[in-house]
Design a protein around this ligand. Structure first.
Ligand code: ZN
Length: 158
């Protein structure tokens, strides 16, 4: 009950005031991600200095869950090292697909664990994962990605 209410408040808050909205003028990495299932389309840009993400921004046309996930993601990864970010990407994907139980399994997700409930909403999993998926592609300098095909977060074994 409480977590469901928190989830709704977080989604509303991040839709009203998305954090780090907009593309960086001095980005070193960027990628565009699509989730054809819902119609979400977002772009993520990063400024990487050494192995650390200095700044991060996103923009796009996305549903509330996708936008809130992107907004929280940018806040979470800013200032982190690339290995730390890889860990977060893996943990978020595992949580969203029900492979990681944030209440019992060790993880670094913190506030991001409000998205744990999407595992029970199969049509929403890709919405929540898309920003992370796009971040993953951006870090690896892949310019486009999709939640379908090889990188499908639902069929993928993380
Ligand atoms: Zn969506």
């Amino acid at each position: 009950m409480a977590s469901k209410q928190l989830y709704q408040e977080v989604i509303l808050d991040h839709n009203r005031k998305p954090r780090n909205y907009g593309m960086l003028a001095d980005a070193t990495h960027s990628s565009e991600g699509r989730n054809p299932l819902c119609g979400d389309q977002i772009r993520v840009s990063l400024k990487v200095d050494g192995d650390r993400v200095d700044s991060v921004g996103f923009e796009g046309q996305a549903c509330a869950i996708c936008k809130a996930s992107a907004s929280m993601m940018t806040a979470a990864v800013k200032g982190k090292s690339l290995p730390e970010i890889d860990t977060l990407i893996e943990e978020f994907r595992a949580m969203a697909t029900g492979k990681l139980d944030t209440a019992h399994d060790a993880n670094h997700l913190g506030r991001l664990s409000v998205f744990a409930g999407v595992k029970d909403l199969p049509s929403r999993v890709k919405c929540a994962v898309l920003p992370w998926h796009t971040l993953h592609a951006a870090v690896r300098s892949e310019t486009t990605t999709s939640t379908e095909g090889d990188y499908d977060p639902v069929s993928q074994t993380v």
